[in-house]
Design a binder for this molecule. Sequence first.
Ligand SMILES: Nc1ncnc2c1ncn2[C@@H]1O[C@H](COP(=O)(O)OP(=O)(O)OP(=O)(O)O)[C@@H](O)[C@H]1O
Ligand SMILES: [Mg+2]
Length: 349
Amino acid sequence: MAQVELRGVTKVYGATAAVQDVHLEARDGEFLTILGPSGCGKTTTLRIIAGLLDPDGGEVLLDGRPVHHLPAHRRETAMVFQSYALFPHMTVEENVAFGLRMRRVPEEERRVRVEEALRMVELSGLGGRYPRALSGGQQQRVAVARAVVTRPKVLLFDEPLSNLDAKLRERLRLELRALQQRLRVTTIYVTHDQAEALVLSDRIVVMHRGRVVEVGTPQDVYRRPRARVTAEFLGVANLIPATVAGGEGARYVADTAIGRLEVACADRLAQGDAVTLSFRPEDIRIGPGPVNCLSGAVQQAAYLGSITDYVIRVNDVLLRVQEPGEPARGVGETVSLVLPAAPAVIREP
Ligand SMILES: Nc1ncnc2c1ncn2[C@@H]1O[C@H](COP(=O)(O)OP(=O)(O)OP(=O)(O)O)[C@@H](O)[C@H]1O
Ligand SMILES: [Mg+2]
């Protein structure tokens, strides 16, 4: 059982608050990701949880108990850094064994646990090498083995894959997820990579300018963002300012720069409300349709292999539209578009 909670955590540097009144909770066994742009306070938050940094206000609780008086090594957390931070003068085995030696684990048990940890990250047989004789991906696996070998209650990751090439990153993130599921250890993972966050997480905490903007499952934050910055940060979104013109129950009409649209929305809206409608490019269809059908001109068509990514101008608005397969429309062509009747409705103008 390991649950982490932050209550009103704040960290100020000079005139700027790196982290401001952050509340969040990682449930027992959960994979929680903190996602946000560079400088939004992710590393600061993680270091406060690890005990590497003292907050100026607020509380960190582990299993319901405040831990502010506990130094980093007594918090039963283990951290994996972006830069690996391996000891260069120690072999792989010695690196992984380090935390066990600090905890005075007897040599025989140490040997067994190091071997087990190296097997977990598929590095059996490389225990005698030095970090400089390993690839970046292998070094990061050593860092993961070094973190899990102490059997921490909470694993903390700070952008551990960002120094690796795209293919390796994709493979390692699947491995990390599988390992976390096997160990069922509460994990808090920091990244600015939205794909990584979607693949790995049970829930995602979106941060912006030192604050938590929203928390939800990958589907929540991608399909039903509540904040404009969430829609902007996760993938591509066509964000259309709209004014509610009428409607009731769950069906409304809204006026926008691309015309009057029908909008299904479970939340209650009132006439005159200024909102933002978010349409994902893969939800817009090229072709005729009975509702929310618009006419536009193709400005660009980029072939990306599995999809074609179009820029289509409707009035003065440029829409991103994605279709599977090869380009079927040419630049300059006039096309019909159908917008989905259930976009994400963000209650910000
Ligand atoms: N020791 C420090 N002194 C002064 N300002 C700091 C310090 N550490 C962090 N900051 C500032 O606090 C803010 C948050 O920094 P933090 O490192 O937490 O961001 P981050 O979300 O991890 O960014 P990145 O994705 O680039 O790693 C930034 O504006 C940063 O410049
Ligand atoms: Mg950081």
